[in-house]
Design a protein around this ligand. Structure first.
Ligand code: APR
Ligand code: ZN
Length: 247
């Protein structure tokens, strides 16, 4: 079966993206040979325990990534832009869920994007729980714009052992979709790695677009392998042609 099972009447699509879609924009993935987790221990910088143990180290890890994301060399690539076109064309019929904390989907014209692992350009206040846009470094002098407390901000990023965001909304969309497409994720981390099974359960067609087979590759009805900047624009043009919607 190909994604042509998406006809003009049923074009409810859930797209899940991972770090692989941002690789060609110059952002490292996590589990590739040169990935982030080969350079730094995730236990030390991406867990609540690591933050309690050494908040300065954790803030420095995210400050460096926040600065890198805002470097003008880091731009949305052809895959982000193609998904932005599809998102604008399909509107409510498409839910774009990303595990990524970068803003490249938004800068590529998509929106609103569901960041299930949070966002690098937002900070969360430990005192009042509010999260807000934050593009500077976070340190002990950083002040919450809502409650004015200082030194109480952490990255608005979901760490291992914490609950990802908006899970009910995601499961509701998976139960109701006709097509689930996974792009640039290794399928190593739950609950995102379980989304394909949820979609199959709902009778949706499932498609994996990745550089190489993910952990969950056998669960996908259709798979295409190659760089996202090549595969995603081709797939988006297919869907726009099949659904007869101008992209
Ligand atoms: N095009 C498409 N896919 C690519 C490309 C590319 N140019 N380059 C790499 N990939 C693929 C890799 O083959 C791999 O399968 O992207 C995937 C990246 O996998 P991971 O590094 O594990 O990243 P991801 O799946 O997003 O990790 C999920 O784990 O560490 C946590 O919170 C973190 O959100 C992250 C989550
Ligand atoms: Zn506050």
């Amino acid at each position: 079966m190909t994604s042509s099972s998406v006809t003009s009447s049923s074009k409810r699509i859930v797209v899940l993206t991972g770090a692989g879609i941002s690789k060609e924009s110059g952002l490292d993935t996590f589990r590739d040979a040169d990935g982030i987790w080969s350079q730094v221990s995730l236990e030390e910088v991406a867990t609540p325990e690591g933050f309690r143990r050494d908040p300065v180290k954790v803030q420095a890890f995210y400050n460096a990534r926040r600065r890198q994301l805002q470097d003008q060399a880091v731009k949305p690539n052809l895959a982000h832009r193609a998904l932005g076109r599809l998102h604008r064309a399909l509107g409510e019929e498409m839910l774009l869920v990303t595990q990524n904390i970068d803003d490249l989907h938004e800068r590529g014209g998509a929106g609103p994007v569901l960041h299930m692992h949070g966002e690098l350009l937002r900070a969360r206040c430990l005192a009042c729980r509010a999260d807000s846009v934050w593009t500077a470094d976070i340190d002990s002098a950083s002040r919450c714009s809502r409650c004015s407390s200082t030194g109480q901000l952490r990255p608005h990023v979901v760490w291992f052992g914490e609950m990802p965001l908006e899970m009910e909304r995601i499961y509701g969309a998976l139960a109701d979709c006709d097509l689930f497409v996974s792009i640039g994720t290794s399928g190593n981390v739950y609950p995102a790695a379980g989304f394909v099974a949820e979609a199959r359960e709902a009778g949706a067609h499932t498609l994996e677009l990745n550089l190489e087979p993910s952990e969950g590759a056998t669960l996908f009805a259709e798979k295409r392998y190659g760089p996202a900047s090549e595969l995603v624009p081709l797939w988006v043009e297919e869907v726009l042609a099949e659904t007869g919607v101008a992209g």
